[in-house]
Design a binder for this molecule. Structure first.
Ligand SMILES: Cc1ncc(COP(=O)(O)O)c(C=O)c1O
Length: 396
């Protein structure tokens, strides 16, 4: 793992604070890569879990269950535009897997266009549209039909779509690719392009969704509605694993119209996960977490940019939206050392999977101004330490 070598074991957690077996406390600025948007053990999520555990945690799958219906209703209400139906699974990769299957059956075509540097998960379908060869090559041959174009390049997207293309799949902010936000107009351009070409637009909000970017869904910044939207991570309120593939009636009719069992999951939509998820969505709204993400994100971005001004040699760029912020280093080793120095100062940070030069800041959305200030200060000191250490080594 990114911070292997700390030599300690996580033991308990509360809010933004993680405590290890040895009793040391850390501020969690990785946030489970988006899982802990509510923080660790948010009381609403924990209470919902306890209540549902005492009622019926898993479903017989012979009747409908109420928590699943209520969660689907809630998602239909809060997702943009005419996104209306949810298929529930247990992870981000499964949510993407379903989206890819749904696109095939809805269009009668089999191809996908995805973006270089993207990350959509590691099951065979999700991996086939993940834009990093390192993870695909050992498992060749992939599910056929995927091609890749540079992110934020509409011309390349248009050129890659052909008569076999079923869907374009994209993250509003490439997370594992190095926290790279879609440039203004990119998502809107993709929406227009997909409409013109008669293909589906799948937006993967597994990492960006549910308040992380300062809005409930990152597509709201662009004002678009995809045909299919995927969620996971924060959907489980930091307590349960759950994924969701959400689509329009037009897609759903084609997928499930003839056979409601065409795609199923034994554990997907289980009452325990759905009850927790519903409580989590309500808490995101009632705790004002979208606004907190926007406000704390703005402060953190400003603080990190001032560190960049002090260390232009070490830091290439600070970018992000809301509480999904990446700091790109010029040299990977400096990023790695900085992560270690931050850990020594009690802050957990990590790099992005497809780009180890980028340290990500994705704290829980419940983070306070004091906590972001503490993290920014620790980051500034750690960059100084890392730069000085490498300078010292070069001189030796
Ligand atoms: C955008 C995106 N999609 C899909 C996934 C896969 O999710 P999971 O690890 O739950 O399968 C991730 C995980 O990081 C992700 O960031």
């Amino acid at each position: 793992m990114q911070f292997a070598g700390f030599g300690d074991v996580e033991f308990s957690a509360n809010g933004c604070v993680l405590t290890t077996l040895s009793g040391r406390e850390y501020l969690d600025f990785v946030g489970g890569f988006g899982v802990f948007s509510l923080g660790h053990r948010h009381p609403a999520a924990v209470e919902a879990a306890h209540l549902q555990l005492d009622l019926m945690p898993l479903s017989t799958r012979t009747f409908f269950n109420e928590p699943q219906a209520l969660l689907a209703e809630k998602l239909a209400a809060i997702t943009p535009g005419d996104l209306q139906y949810s298929f529930f699974s247990n992870s981000g990769a499964e949510a993407v897997e379903a989206a890819l299957k749904f696109a095939r059956i809805a269009t009668g075509k089999h191809g996908y266009v995805s973006t270089e540097g993207s990350y959509h998960g590691k099951t065979m379908g999700a991996l086939a549209v993940t834009g990093r060869e390192k993870y695909r090559t050992p498992f060749l041959p992939m599910v056929p039909g995927a091609s890749f174009v540079p992110f934020n390049d509409l011309e390349a997207a248009e050129a890659a779509i052909d008569e076999n293309t079923a869907a374009f799949i994209v993250e509003p902010i490439q997370g594992e690719g190095g926290i790279i936000p879609a440039s203004p107009g990119y998502l809107r351009g993709l929406r227009d392009l997909c409409d013109r070409k008669g293909i589906l637009l799948i937006v993967d909000e597994v990492q960006t969704g549910l308040g992380r970017t300062g809005k409930m869904f990152a597509v709201e910044h662009a004002g678009i509605t995809p045909d299919i939207l995927t969620l996971a991570k924060a959907l489980g309120g930091g307590v349960m694993p759950i994924g969701a593939t959400i689509g329009t009636a037009a897609v759903w009719d084609k997928v499930f119209g003839n056979n409601p069992l065409i795609h199923t999951s034994t554990f997907g939509g289980n009452p325990l996960a759905c009850a927790v998820s519903l409580a989590a969505l309500n808490a995101i709204e009632s705790d004002g977490l979208c606004q907190n993400a926007a406000d704390r994100g703005c402060e953190l971005l400003t603080s990190l940019r001032s560190v960049q001004e002090t260390h232009p040699g070490a830091l290439k760029e600070v970018r992000g939206v809301g509480l999904m912020i990446g700091v790109e280093f010029n040299v990977k080793d400096v990023a790695e050392l900085t992560i270690n120095f931050m850990a020594q100062r009690g802050i957990i940070a990590a790099y992005t999977l497809n780009n180890p030069k980028v340290i990500r800041f994705e704290p829980p959305l419940v983070v306070t101004r004091e906590q972001t200030a503490t993290a920014a200060e620790a980051f500034a000191e750690s960059v100084s330490d890392a730069a000085a250490m490498l300078e010292g080594l070069e001189e030796d």
